[in-house]
Write a protein that binds this ligand. Sequence first.
Ligand SMILES: *[C@@H]1O[C@H](CO)[C@@H](O)[C@H](O)[C@H]1NC(C)=O
Ligand SMILES: *[C@@H]1O[C@H](CO)[C@@H](O)[C@H](O)[C@H]1NC(C)=O
Ligand SMILES: *[C@@H]1O[C@H](CO)[C@@H](O)[C@H](O)[C@H]1NC(C)=O
Ligand SMILES: *[C@@H]1O[C@H](CO)[C@@H](O)[C@H](O)[C@H]1NC(C)=O
Ligand SMILES: CC(=O)N[C@H]1CO[C@H](CO)[C@@H](O)[C@@H]1O
Length: 489
Amino acid sequence: MGWLLSLGYLAVVVAVAIGTERRQHQVQHGPCSYTFILPEVEQCPSSGNFRVSNSLQRDSPLPPNAAQTEKKLESLESATENNTLWLQKLESYIQENMRSEMVEMQRNVINTQTATMLEIGTNLLSQSAEHTRKLTNVETQVLNQTSRLEIQLLEYSLSTKRLEKQLLQQTQEVSRLNDKNSYLEQRFTALEARHSQELQAIQQEKQQLQELLDRQSRLVTVLERQLASSTRNSTLLQHQQATLSETLQQLLAMIAQCNDITSLSKAKTVIFRDCADIYKCGITENGIYNIHLANSTQTVKVFCDMETRGGGWTVLQHRFNGSVDFHRNWKDYKTGFGDPSGEHWLGNDVIHLLTTSRDYTLQVQLKDVEGNQAYSQYDHFYIDGEEKKYSIHAEGFSGTAGRTSSLTRSGTMFSTKDQDNDRCSCKCAQMASGGWWFEACGPSNLNGIYHTGISSVMRYNGVKWYYWKGPNSIVTRTTMMVRPLDFHK
Ligand SMILES: *[C@@H]1O[C@H](CO)[C@@H](O)[C@H](O)[C@H]1NC(C)=O
Ligand SMILES: *[C@@H]1O[C@H](CO)[C@@H](O)[C@H](O)[C@H]1NC(C)=O
Ligand SMILES: *[C@@H]1O[C@H](CO)[C@@H](O)[C@H](O)[C@H]1NC(C)=O
Ligand SMILES: *[C@@H]1O[C@H](CO)[C@@H](O)[C@H](O)[C@H]1NC(C)=O
Ligand SMILES: CC(=O)N[C@H]1CO[C@H](CO)[C@@H](O)[C@@H]1O
């Protein structure tokens, strides 16, 4: 069988050599190997003188034992010859069977291919074994990875569980928040509703305000129109005002006439005889006014006291600071001296004419150095004319300045330093100073020396009203004034 295989192999080698150039071939037979060169089949036409070279080359080196080697060599030579013969035979056989063998060879080729395929298969097997090994490695690695992955997976699952727990908590939290949210939403809704209500209310208010505004603007328009007509009317009013002011001026003129005694007396029959007349005309302020004496064209400036006890008093005598000298002669007392606005004596003639024209009341007002005030009143008072030495007449005594009248009895005449009409052997007017109704000098002298300051020395010449505070009282203010008895009627 091995031999057949060898033959087959040889045939294959020969088949390979066919169609190619001359090539060397080796054949392994047991421990020996043979090298031979095959002739070219196509270049050798099938002629009869085909020869085979007998030359054989020895490949292996000579053995150490030469005899043995010789023997062996001989056997080998014979074998070779046998072989050569065999080969020749074979060659011829081959030559004969070339064509038929060709077919077989082709079949053999297929076999060879199969072998090759087998070899390749073996190779493949070995490769696949390698691959298997590698695969195993890979598998272990994969297993390693898988285990690692499993561990990781375990960890992951653990963490997943943790996360799940957290998720659960968060879900709970979320649900709680949702609850809260819903509550808030409810509240929000309520608030929204309230807001919308408020908004509605505000809108209503706004509307109302708008309406109000409209109404007001309409009103303003109406007012404007009224203003326009008022402006027109104001012209009319101005005319009326002009008329009114004219009337007023007329009235004022009339009042002025009331004040101006001269013009009134000349123009009309109404005459201011005294301050009472002026007061009744409506003038109630203290001041200096003109009066007309009865049966006379003379105008007299007098001071009117419009405030004391009902007002309407015509002042005859006034002293308050000693600025005017009262130690004067008959003529001065007759005509009067000083200024009605300050210290003065009105004048005996005027006093006579005035007090004999109507029934007059005399009032004597006093004030001492300590500021005490008092008065003496005589309901009926008048003095005679110069022919009767201005004799005094005062009845109906009352008042606070002493319980007894300090005036001398009625009928006492007037005396000055240059006319002694008293009932004293002395000259009272010179002793007591000033002009007065002295008797045996008497308890009063309002025209004496105006002393200032307190003194213990008895003064006979000072201002005196004996029954008020005795002889030592210092009177600092005196006023003699008259008013008609029927003033209040
Ligand atoms: C997996 O492989 C790494 C190196 O790649 C090695 O250190 C480890 O011990 C292996 N683990 C297992 C379970 O084989
Ligand atoms: C303007 O005067 C007329 C007639 O005098 C009167 O009817 C009208 O009311 C007056 N208008 C105003 C705004 O006073
Ligand atoms: C007294 O009074 C009058 C009038 O008020 C004034 O003019 C005068 O200076 C006064 N005299 C003294 C001394 O006070
Ligand atoms: C004023 O004159 C008239 C007539 O002449 C007279 O009757 C009257 O008494 C006089 N009055 C005074 C106060 O003299
Ligand atoms: C020396 C040797 O082996 N010779 C052989 C050659 O071939 C014939 C037959 O084929 C054999 O019988 C011989 O022995």
